[in-house]
Ligand binder design. Structure first.
Ligand SMILES: Cc1cc2nc3c(=O)[nH]c(=O)nc-3n(C[C@H](O)[C@H](O)[C@H](O)COP(=O)(O)OP(=O)(O)OC[C@H]3O[C@@H](n4cnc5c(N)ncnc54)[C@H](O)[C@@H]3O)c2cc1C
Length: 399
C-alpha cells in the first residue's frame, strides 16, 4: 500500500464536494477531491439551480459559464390535480447535471484542487477514535491516503457514513438511522420537441415550466422544465417526479405514475411531438428530518451525505453548497487553531452554516413536512391554485 499525505480529502466530487474543494483550494489548503466516477457523469435531478447554489457559483467566479449554458426559468405553471392552473414567479437556472457537475469540478481544479476520478473511497483509517485518512481503490489497486480531515461528500448512499456508523465508539458512531419518511424517491428523463407554453416562455433567458400534482396517495410532485442552452429552442426538457417515502414505490410504479401524469388532460398536449432522449434515471434524496450527526474528530459530512435538504422544497443543491462552504470554513478554522476535537469542529461547522441558513427548530422542520404533505392533498393544492387564479398577488404572499 502506498501512503499519501494531504491536509484534506474530499470523497465525492458532486456539487457539495467540488464546491468545498474550490473554497478550500482558494484559501490555499492542500485538498484532494476524489470520485468513483469519471466526469462528465449523469445524476438523476430536476436540474433546478435555485438562488442558494447560484450564490456560491458566483463567489467562485463561474457564474458567466452558468449563464451561457443554462435556461433561466422565470415562471412556473402550477397544475392542480383537478386541472386548475396558475402561473407563479419561480426563478432558477436549469442546467443538466451532466454539465453542471463537470463545470464545478473544473472550477475546483481552476482554484488549485487536485482531482482524482475513478478513485473510490472504500474505508476510513482511524487512530484512537480519530479519522485520519481513507483507503481508496483506483484501477484495481487499494491504497491509503492519510489526511488531517476527511470530508464525506459521497451522496445519499454515502460510503463514509456506512464506515463511520460501523464504529462502536462515541466519537464516530451515532450517525443516525435512516427514517423512511425523510427519504424521497425520484425519476428523471430528457425529452426533445416538448411544446412549451409560449405565454410563459420567451427565450433562453426568460422561460417557463410546469409543476404538477396528482390526487393519488403518496406525496408526489411532477415537473417538465426547459433545460440547458437550447432548452427553449429545441423544446428540450427535464421531466420527472419526486415522491416521499423510502418504500413508497418500485421503479416500475414510479414510471407508471409519471406516465399517468404526462398523459393527464392538462399536460398531454405538451408531449404531442416529443421524443425521449436516453433512458430514465432513478435517484434518492434524504431530507433534513433525518437529523444526521454531521461532524466528529477528523471528519465532516456535507451535501446529501449529511441530509441537509429542506423537506418543503427539495432544494438539495443549495443545501449541498451551503454545507460545502460551512465545512470549508470549519476546516480552515481547525487548521489555523490546531483544535481538531469533535466539539470544536462541530461547533464551527454549525456556526458557519447558521450564517448561511437561518436555523430551524425541530418543530419548524416538522411543520414544513406537514405542509409538504398537505400540498399533496388534492383539496389543498387545488384550493391554492384556485386562489392564485383569483388573486395573482396571493403568489407573493404565499410562496
Ligand atoms: C429525482 C431527483 C430530483 C432532484 N431535483 C433537484 C433539483 O431540481 N434541484 C435541487 O436543488 N436538488 C434536486 N435534487 C437533490 C440533488 O440532486 C442533491 O441534493 C444533490 O445532488 C446533492 O449533491 P451532493 O454533491 O451531495 O451529492 P451527489 O450529487 O450525489 O454527488 C455525490 C458524488 O459522490 C460520488 N461517490 C459516491 N460514492 C463514492 C465513493 N465510495 N467514493 C468516491 N466517490 C463516491 C458519486 O459518484 C457522486 O459524484 C433532486 C434529487 C433527485 C433524486
Amino acid at each position: 500500500m502506498v501512503a499519501i499525505k494531504r491536509d484534506v480529502i474530499i470523497a465525492g466530487a458532486g456539487p457539495a464536494g467540488a464546491i468545498c474543494a474550490a473554497y478550500l483550494a482558494r484559501a490555499g489548503v492542500d485538498v484532494l477531491l476524489i470520485d468513483k466516477e469519471l466526469f462528465p457523469r449523469d445524476k438523476a435531478c430536476g436540474d433546478m439551480l435555485r438562488e442558494g447554489i447560484v450564490r456560491h457559483i458566483e463567489k467562485l467566479e463561474a457564474v458567466d459559464v452558468l449563464d451561457e449554458k443554462s435556461t433561466c426559468i422565470r415562471k412556473i405553471k402550477l397544475v392542480g390535480s383537478a386541472g386548475s392552473e396558475a402561473a407563479v414567479p419561480f426563478e432558477c437556472y436549469a442546467l443538466p447535471r451532466f454539465e453542471l457537475d463537470k463545470l464545478l469540478v473544473d472550477t475546483a481544479k481552476s482554484w488549485g484542487a487536485e482531482v482524482r476520478q475513478g478513485c473510490r473511497l472504500v474505508d476510513v483509517i482511524r487512530e484512537n477514535g480519530k479519522v485520519c485518512g481513507v483507503i481508496v481503490r483506483e484501477k484495481g489497486a487499494e491504497y491509503e491516503i492519510r489526511s488531517r480531515f476527511v470530508i464525506g461528500a459521497d451522496g445519499v448512499d454515502s460510503q463514509l457514513v456506512k464506515c463511520l456508523a460501523g464504529v462502536p465508539d462515541e466519537t464516530a458512531g451515532g450517525i443516525g438511522e435512516e427514517d423512511p419518511d425523510g427519504i424521497w424517491l425520484g425519476v428523471r428523463g430528457y425529452f426533445k420537441g416538448i411544446r412549451l407554453d409560449r405565454s410563459l416562455t420567451k427565450d433562453q433567458y426568460d422561460a417557463g415550466g410546469v409543476f404538477g400534482f396528482d390526487g393519488k396517495n403518496g406525496h408526489a410532485y411532477f415537473w417538465a422544465l426547459p433545460v440547458g442552452r437550447d432548452g427553449v429552442k429545441r423544446g428540450l426538457c427535464n421531466v420527472g417526479m419526486l415522491v416521499k417515502g423510502r418504500d413508497a414505490f418500485s421503479s416500475k410504479e414510479l414510471l407508471e405514475r409519471l406516465d399517468a401524469w404526462m398523459g393527464s388532460e392538462k399536460i398531454k398536449a405538451m408531449f404531442d411531438d416529443a421524443e425521449q432522449i436516453g433512458e430514465w434515471s432513478f435517484g434518492r434524496m434524504a431530507d433534513k428530518t433525518q437529523a444526521r450527526k454531521c461532524a466528529g474528530e477528523g471528519w465532516i459530512l456535507i451535501g446529501d451525505a449529511a441530509a441537509p435538504a429542506e423537506p418543503l422544497f427539495g432544494d438539495g443543491l443549495s443545501a449541498a453548497a451551503d454545507t460545502a462552504k460551512a465545512a470549508a470554513d470549519a476546516v480552515e478554522a481547525a487548521l489555523k487553531s490546531g483544535d481538531f476535537s469533535a466539539e470544536a469542529v462541530t461547533a464551527s461547522y454549525k456556526a458557519a452554516l447558521a450564517k448561511l441558513q437561518p436555523a430551524k427548530s425541530e418543530d419548524e422542520i416538522k411543520e414544513d413536512r406537514l405542509l409538504m404533505e398537505s400540498l399533496n392533498d388534492p383539496h389543498v393544492m387545488d384550493k391554492i391554485v384556485e386562489m392564485l387564479v383569483r388573486d395573482p398577488n396571493y403568489a407573493k404572499k404565499a410562496l
